[in-house]
Design a protein around this ligand. Structure first.
Ligand code: NAP
Length: 261
């Protein structure tokens, strides 16, 4: 199978750690030129150095707060100036805070909308002029909450479903330009985000974090958390030339955790 990612250009948002970093790493190994983006310049620099040692695709970064319109414009401008175009967009962001309905005010809802949905919309709008010329691939990272709501994560449960509606509608609108768009939803992939959420649950239930992890692992048929590399492998396939017919879908990478059909 030829992925044919060599020489393509990808923007991977929220790539200073976790899932975004793992996706950027796989793409660089395949020879893709990757633009990293997140708020922390120190972390981005370190990831750039690490990935450049892979020696295939070129790596650059743009310090970006993805909730800011002007930062998004600067990110796309820097990408096109550095690599010439955009072939692949991986939309991603930090997770919204945990909380139940009565713990969250208008500001929390507005912040989560801007971080977890509006940023995706703005990024897509920004890359379309480039993708409309030669086709492209867009991946929107969501959460298993698109299938089964997660207790205590109402912001995620609400806005991730917006991503699915957006992707499904755009699959139709963008198909004439040969732009394929899919949602990929992690279950429990071992990153700082999941450790943070396990700590929140540990505090809430007054149990050690190890017990919380074991509780979740019991619900996963494969009996373990996934690795960021396992998640990135699937995204890499979807954005590659090996995928020519899958669009408008929402895929889980969850070790079988979600029981919904
Ligand atoms: N890991 C899982 O199993 C899992 C499950 C369900 C959903 N998810 C969702 O998938 C996404 C990625 O998860 P992860 O596990 O990789 O999380 P993570 O380890 O917490 O990484 C989050 C990334 O987002 C960046 N970020 C946060 N706020 C940003 C902003 N305003 N602008 C630009 N970048 C920003 C962070 O970099 P800076 O701090 O440098 O900005 C970091 O690179 C999150 O939305 C998470 O909720 C993950």
């Amino acid at each position: 199978m030829d992925l044919n990612l060599n020489g393509k250009t990808a923007i991977v948002v929220a790539s200073s750690q976790g899932l975004g970093k793992a996706i950027a790493t796989q793409l660089v190994k395949e020879g893709t030129n990757v633009m990293l983006a997140s708020r922390s310049e120190d972390k981005l620099k370190a990831v750039q150095t690490e990935l450049e040692a892979e020696g295939k695709g070129r790596v650059s970064y743009q310090q970006t707060d993805i909730t800011k319109k002007e930062d998004i414009e600067a990110l796309i401008k820097h990408t096109v100036e550095t690599f010439g175009t955009v072939d692949i967009l991986v939309n991603n962001a930090g997770g919204p805070p945990a909380g139940t309905f009565n713990q969250l005010d208008d500001e929390a809802w507005q912040d989560a909308f801007e971080l977890n949905l509006l940023s995706y919309i703005r990024m897509i709008r920004g890359v379309l002029p480039y993708m409309q010329k030669n086709g492209g691939k867009i991946i929107n990272i969501a959460s298993s909450s698109i299938k089964v709501p997660i207790p205590g994560l109402i912001l995620s449960n609400t806005f991730r479903l917006g991503i699915v509606g957006l992707s499904k509608t755009l699959a139709d609108e963008l198909a004439p330009h040969n732009i394929l768009i899919n949602t990929v939803a992690p279950g429990r992939i071992a990153t700082d985000r999941v450790t943070h959420l396990d700590n929140v649950n540990a505090d809430k239930l007054g149990k050690p974090i190890k017990e919380i992890e074991e509780m979740f692992k019991e619900t996963i048929p494969l009996k373990r958390y996934g690795t960021p590399e396992e998640f990135a492998n699937f995204v890499t396939f979807l954005v590659s030339d090996a995928n020519t017919y899958m669009t408008g879908q929402a895929y889980l990478v969850d070790g079988g955790m979600v029981k919904a059909i």
